[in-house]
Ligand binder design. Structure first.
Ligand code: ZN
Length: 209
């Protein structure tokens, strides 16, 4: 039994925003908006299966389910998710034609599972510099540090939760710089990194394969 859960997860995962485990698996019911067309529905289903190397299983929503994810698409609503289980039905906005890349779906799903952005980790200043002078004022909050819990989880430049170098730049200059000269790229993941997968396994006490 872990005494203190120190994972790269949002503080809410300690106070109750984790999804419930039933036996070996965490079953997360999901409902797909009827505004998607068939090929988008298929893609959404395929991408939610990305987590299969963990103990998370997405299952179709049934009316008896109390907590569930609602994948929806509305013009100009963009890509976003709440962090962790909110209780009841909760939205994940995945605008069709914009947010159905593997990296984006994985990113929003990891938010819903309780994970925060990599660059807001409490220890991030050892690994990156945030260049606040280049960030759009209304987006600065996205770069504020969070008291995440990082036990055994290295800072991962390749995490699908890491922002890109020019995220929310107001002037075309970088908003994030790596501290190590050996790190040339970050925030370019195509899907969940090994570290992302390990974190899910740890947070949800998945049995390691
Ligand atoms: Zn995000």
């Amino acid at each position: 039994m872990p005494k203190i859960l120190k994972r790269n997860a949002d503080p809410c995962t300690i106070t109750g925003c984790k999804w419930f485990k039933s036996g070996e698996f965490v079953y997360i019911p999901f409902y797909i908006d009827t505004n998607y067309c068939k090929r988008h529905v298929n893609k959404t289903k395929r991408l939610t299966a990305e987590v299969k190397s963990t103990c998370i299983r997405f299952v179709p929503f049934k009316t008896k389910n109390s907590d569930y994810l609602y994948f929806y698409t509305r013009p100009n609503d963009g890509c976003w998710s709440y962090i962790g289980r909110q209780g009841g039905g909760q939205f994940i906005s995945l605008e069709k034609n914009k947010c159905l890349r593997t990296s984006t779906v994985s990113h929003e799903v990891l938010h819903a599972l309780g994970f925060n952005h990599e660059q807001v980790r409490i220890d991030r200043d050892q690994y990156i510099r945030v260049l606040f002078q280049n960030i759009k004022p209304e987006q600065k909050f996205n770069f504020w540090k969070v008291e995440t819990n990082n036990m055994g989880s290295p800072y991962d430049y390749n995490s699908v939760m890491h922002y890109k170098k020019y995220a929310f730049s107001k002037n075309g200059r970088p908003t994030i710089a790596a501290r190590s000269r050996r790190v040339h790229s970050f925030g370019n993941s195509y899907g969940m990194s090994n570290t992302d997968i390990n974190r899910v396994n740890k947070l949800y006490n998945c049995r390691e394969k």
